[in-house]
Structure formats: structure tokens, C-alpha cells
Design a protein around this ligand. Structure first.
Ligand code: OGA
Ligand code: NI
Length: 355
């Protein structure tokens, strides 16, 4: 493909910049102090190493909204297996992939038509839920939660099983990170866990093919993740850029072998009443190499109403957001990602209390 469809072309001010700032500033946290635990101690009996780790999580969440983790307990063979199968799946002919395509009735499966802020992303993806029974409303016209059903391709046949094994491991890590975040906010470790009893998390296999015009398009346009936490595995190619809070500049996250990239999503921003902001990020593409990334979007149950946590509020820190329902928020997002619309998609700023 020599020409790029105008649907992919970013407005001038959003095009990637040729000068790359590498973010060696994004902290790398070593999770060894908690790697042997299933859950964290609620508050007391916290070792010095653990207390340091909690402080680092708090600092990184406040300063960057992003951090990386190593010694996270997820067996890397499970990730490597899934990555290999993702590559095999994406290498299939388009007609094959389209057999498991998503549609208005089922948001899961394959598609290559996602739009971020109404510009088409240079990527193809395959989505599946983490739990066997995940219920969610999927369109703002029909807000009743419905059972989401994963669509698995015939080939590669092992994808379903390998995806499940990987999901189980990352789910454990997700709960540990949630507990670290709760502790870092001065809350009891399990304060947020109930919201995730019926969590509606999903995993996305992202494939970014080489792009003939990488200076005009983006793999994913600038956006914030709407859920609670994202746990991203990326291959060695690189392309993820994060908006640095200190100066608003886009900085590249250099791939660290074996590390996951964690970012705080909109829900944690609201729970923490802006202490931990959900930071904008985007993905650059290149003309040479394919890239695969695998985000795990850790999302609460659809019935959770999100609002700043009471314990963090006082007369000097009043609630900055009105309560909203997570399922409804998700359904609104889904629709605007599905097709190009003329309206901005839903953002937590729409629930911000203005004085
Ligand atoms: C996303 C995302 C980053 C990446 O899918 O929300 O930000 O590096 N992906 O693929
Ligand atoms: Ni994202």
C-alpha cells in the first residue's frame, strides 16, 4: 500500500514528531518484595521493602501516571507463547480473521477499524474477556448488561487455552497492583477489591503493521484508558509514547525486556480525586517493523458507580467528580470507537464538578 487512506491521517498538531525523547524517567519498580504473596497484608506487618515499594508506586502514579514492573510473578513463557500465537493469528488472510469479527451485537473478537478521536488507528486487534462470564452493556441505546461471549478462531487452535493461562496470571498481578495502589493512598489494601468481584476486564492483542506514512498516522491516537489500571506487555520494537506531566511533551517508553508497563486509568483518577491522574498516551508506527502489544484492561464490574473515595475527602479536598456508572461509561466509549462520529467520545471531564 503506497497511499494511505485519508481516514488514517492525523490533524497536523497531532502528528508524531520526528525528534524522540526517550523516557528513562518512567520508574522501573521491582516487585520482589511481594512476588511470593497472593494478597498484601491489610496495613500492619508491612516490611521495610514493602513500605518502600508502596511509596514508589505512589510517587510514580502521582508524577507520571505510568510505571514499569519487573519480578512481577507472571511467567514469561506464558507471555511469549501468547505473543507467538497472536503473530500467527494476525498473519492469517483477512477473510479468515473476519470469521471472528466484532459487530454491533458482540464487541469482542477481531477488527481493524478502530477510531480514536475519530481518526482511524493503524492497527488490527483481537479482544477477549478475562472471565468466562463477563456482563456489560455495550451500547448507550441499550444499557441493560448482557453476557459477553468470546469468539475464538479455528487457527491457531491453542490460542484459547494459552490466552486463558496468561489471563489468569495477569489477573493475579492486577489485584496485587490494585492493593499496592490502595496502600499508597493510605487505604487498607483490600479497600478497592469488592469493585472487582465481577470484574469486566479484557485483554487486547494489538498488531501494528508497518506503515508507509508513519509521520502522518498513529497506531493508536492520543487517549486515556477509561478503566482502572492497564497492564501492558510490549515487544522489543517500541512506539508507545506518554505525555510527560511536568512539561506536556511526548516521551517514548523504551521497551524493557520482561517488564510490564502499568498505567493508572480514569477510574483511579476519580477514586483518588485527581491525586493519580490518568495520563494521555499514543502509539507511533514505523515503516519497517511489525509490532505486537498486549494490554490487559483491569475494569470493575459494570454496576460499580465511580466517585471520589469518601476517606480521601475533607474540607480542603472536596469531591472533584460527580458519580457515574462504569457500565454506562463503557457502553458510550464502545460506540464511539466503533465508528467515526462527529462528537467527542465520553471522558471523565464530563463529570468534573466545576465551581
Ligand atoms: C491501548 C494502548 C499501547 C500500546 O491499547 O489502549 O494504549 O503500546 N496501547 O499498544
Ligand atoms: Ni491506552
Amino acid at each position: 500500500m503506497g497511499e494511505v487512506d485519508p481516514a488514517f491521517i492525523q490533524a497536523f498538531e497531532h502528528r508524531p514528531t520526528p525528534t524522540i525523547i526517550e523516557a528513562d524517567g518512567i520508574p522501573i519498580l521491582d516487585l520482589s518484595p511481594i512476588s511470593s504473596l497472593d494478597h498484601l497484608p491489610k496495613t500492619h506487618v508491612i516490611s521495610k521493602d514493602m513500605a518502600n515499594l508502596i511509596a514508589e508506586v505512589g510517587e510514580a502514579s502521582e508524577k507520571w501516571g505510568f510505571f514499569q514492573v519487573i519480578n512481577h510473578g507472571v511467567p514469561l513463557e506464558k507471555l511469549e507463547k501468547l505473543e507467538l500465537l497472536a503473530r500467527k493469528f494476525f498473519a492469517l488472510p483477512l477473510e479468515e480473521k473476519k470469521k471472528v469479527t466484532r459487530n454491533e451485537a458482540n464487541p469482542l473478537g477481531y477488527y481493524d477499524t478502530e477510531h480514536t478521536k475519530n481518526v482511524r488507528d493503524w492497527k488490527e486487534v483481537f479482544d477477549f474477556t478475562v472471565k468466562d462470564t463477563t456482563v456489560m452493556p455495550i451500547s448507550p441505546e441499550q444499557l441493560e448488561a448482557q453476557l459477553l461471549v468470546n469468539q475464538w478462531p479455528d487457527y491457531p487452535p491453542e490460542l484459547r487455552e494459552v490466552a486463558k493461562e496468561y489471563a489468569e496470571e495477569v489477573e493475579k498481578l492486577a489485584f496485587k497492583l490494585l492493593e499496592l495502589i490502595a496502600l499508597s493512598l493510605g487505604l487498607s489494601a483490600d479497600r478497592l477489591n469488592d469493585f472487582f468481584k465481577d470484574h469486566a476486564s479484557f485483554i487486547r492483542l494489538n498488531h501494528y503493521p508497518p506503515c508507509p506514512a508513519p509521520q502522518l498516522a498513529l497506531g493508536v491516537g492520543r487517549h486515556k484508558d477509561g478503566g482502572a489500571l492497564t497492564i501492558l506487555a510490549q515487544d522489543g520494537v517500541g512506539g508507545l509514547e506518554v505525555r510527560r506531566k511536568s512539561d506536556g511533551k511526548w516521551v517514548r517508553v523504551k521497551p524493557t525486556p520482561g517488564a510490564f508497563i502499568i498505567n493508572v486509568g480514569d477510574i483511579i483518577q476519580v477514586w483518588s480525586n485527581d491525586k493519580y491522574e490518568s495520563v494521555e498516551h499514543r502509539v507511533m508506527v514505523n515503516s519497517q517493523k511489525d509490532r505486537v502489544s498486549i494490554p490487559f484492561f483491569f475494569n470493575p464490574a459494570h454496576y460499580v458507580n465511580v466517585k471520589p473515595l469518601e476517606e480521601l475527602l475533607n474540607e480542603h479536598n472536596r469531591a472533584k467528580f460527580k458519580e457515574y456508572n462504569w457500565g454506562e461509561f463503557f457502553a458510550n466509549r464502545k460506540r464511539s470507537n466503533f465508528k467515526k462520529l462527529n462528537v467527542e467520545n465520553i471522558q471523565i471531564s464530563h463529570f468534573r464538578i466545576t465551581e
